[in-house]
Design a binder for this molecule. Structure first.
Ligand SMILES: [Zn+2]
Ligand SMILES: [Zn+2]
Ligand SMILES: [Zn+2]
Ligand SMILES: [Zn+2]
Length: 509
């Protein structure tokens, strides 16, 4: 693949990537295999070879008699095997010379990844050099609790015989830190039938150089073969910095900053982070207690209303917001009634697009979606409510996630489904006529089309990729339903008039 990016360096960003040519939205910028991939420090026990969870029992590798692996039929053929020959030979030596016991591997799942990185030292010179150049922020960690985990890893790697002197111990700490700062979460292989999988971490040497911005111009996806693909989500001009968002866009600035400072050791100063309204989304704002209609945002220790300029001390309003947050943690988030009650109550304190409300609304939309699928006769009320929630979520996503975005695509898909389901229900009950139904289908189709455009970049074997295939099929059916409906309207001699303007009709076809 031709190079679409260049590596640059600056004091502020460290090493980072810029576009080497003009890039179009959707275009693949880079595709990266993991340098190392494995369980994280809090993973449960997994197979040393294929990373499937080991629930009650395990076998050990026949050759080295050390590595714990899948019992029964062993590791499935289609999965990547991580217990490679050199590692097996190495562990066999250690077993023979030092009597290493497989049981000693069990409590050290989190040290597997640093161990595998250690084994790659001197083997893959260029990649190893790149790995060693990654940011570690090790000096900032010297007195954090992370160090316990690092020291345990040093002990484990010493047990395995890879530590000859103090500089080797320091190297292990550096490896741990580089993995902590630079790894991406990767879903491990699931156990067939049960479906449970461990969250793994992978270090991707090119993708690790992506600079952070809370309004990024890329999105990444990691497919079942653990390949990371980074796509442009907006057009990017030659020379522009390529940004990725390492945080959740549907969280407020304080939470995003906390996440970045713990995980990545820096303060984001992007446009969104510097704006108390968060680009006018008011995702961290409260309802003004004075005018009751304006939104108040926190700045320092004071919340100020953007409408009436009334000021409230953080000890008062901040406390109320915190109560809303505590309450969300305590309710049953799969229960429609509890969610509705929560939304009703906190709407008296928070701005309608506050992230706590969005969280509850997103969950409620999911609960309603499942209920609509499950129930033989879902009610109009349920459908209307889901439709309303999807519209509210989408309005915020349009502000915060410019260009293509996975969450936006899924929300649009749900919006299309809601419009279509409700339209059909009303039409079947003769509450709307064929023309009105047709208009509803046109709107539904418009959202579905945009959703598909964004989902097309997802890997085929991911849940989003599967949604894309389904959406394409539904798009075909939807167009078909609409044209049949149009035929009927025309046959009945009625003139078809649509409220939708020409431009959006073009958009549909
Ligand atoms: Zn296995
Ligand atoms: Zn082995
Ligand atoms: Zn930011
Ligand atoms: Zn006010």
């Amino acid at each position: 693949m031709e190079t679409k990016y260049e590596v640059k360096h600056s004091e502020v960003l460290g090493r980072y990537l810029v576009a080497a040519k003009n890039l179009r939205a959707g275009e693949v910028i880079l595709s990266d295999r993991p340098f190392v991939l494995g369980p994280s420090s809090d993973s449960s026990f997994v197979c040393f070879n294929c990373y499937r969870p080991l629930i009650n029992k395990f076998f050990v590798c026949k050759k080295c008699a050390v590595a714990p692996i899948c019992p029964g039929d062993g590791c499935p053929d289609e999965l990547t095997k991580w217990h490679v020959q050199t590692e097996c030979d190495y562990l066999r030596e250690v077993k023979l010379n030092k009597g290493l016991n497989p049981i000693q591997m069990v409590p050290n799942v989190g040290s597997q990844l640093p161990f595998r990185a250690m084994l790659r030292r001197d083997k893959t010179v260029k990649e190893w050099e790149q790995f060693m150049m990654l940011e570690t922020h090790l000096d900032k960690k010297r007195d954090s609790s992370m160090l316990d985990y690092y020291e345990n890893t040093v002990k484990f790697i010493d047990l395995i015989g890879l530590i000859k002197n103090e500089s080797d111990s320091e190297l292990v700490r550096k490896i741990c830190a580089a993995i902590d700062v630079n790894s991406f979460e990767v879903r491990g292989p699931p156990i067939p039938g049960i479906g449970c999988a461990e969250v793994l971490r992978g270090v991707y040497l090119q993708a690790a150089l992506l600079a952070h911005d809370c309004t990024p111009n890329t999105q990444i996806a990691i497919n079942d073969n653990n390949v990371l693909v980074c796509n442009a989500t907006t057009d990017i001009k030659k020379g522009d910095v390529i940004y990725y968002n390492y945080t959740d866009p549907l969280k407020g600035t304080a939470i995003r900053q906390q996440h970045l400072s713990i995980g990545k050791y820096f303060q984001c100063t992007c446009k969104r982070c510097c704006d108390v309204t968060e680009l006018g989304s008011f995702i961290s704002s409260a309802l003004c207690p004075a005018c009751k209609t304006g939104y108040a945002s926190k700045s320092g220790d004071v919340w100020e209303c953007h409408s009436c300029k009334n000021k409230v001390d953080d000890s008062v309003l901040g406390y109320k917001v915190q109560c809303c947050s505590d309450k969300l943690a305590s309710i049953n988030k799969k229960d429609e009634k509890e969610l509705e009650e929560y939304i009703r109550n906190v709407s008296l304190v928070l701005a309608p697009s506050h992230y706590l409300l969005l969280d509850a609304k997103q969950r409620l939309a999911g609960v309603l979606r499942d209920a609509i699928h499950r129930e033989p006769k879902p009610t109009k009320k349920m459908m209307r409510r889901k439709l309303e929630l999807c519209r509210e979520l989408l309005a915020v996503l349009e502000i915060l996630c410019t260009g293509m975005n996975r969450t936006k695509a899924i929300t649009m898909y749900e919006l299309h489904a809601s419009i279509q389901q409700l339209g059909k229900k009303l039409f079947d009950a003769r509450e709307i006529n064929a023309q009105k139904y047709c208009d509803e289908l046109i709107e539904s189709e418009k959202h579905l089309k945009r959703s598909i455009e964004m989902l097309l970049i997802e890997p085929g074997n991911s849940p989003e990729g599967e949604l894309c295939s389904r959406a394409l099929e539904e798009y075909r059916i939807l167009k078909d339903t609409r044209s049949k409906l149009l035929e009927n309207i025309n046959e009945e001699g009625k003139v078809y008039i649509t409220e939708v303007d020409d431009e959006s009709l073009n958009d549909v076809d």
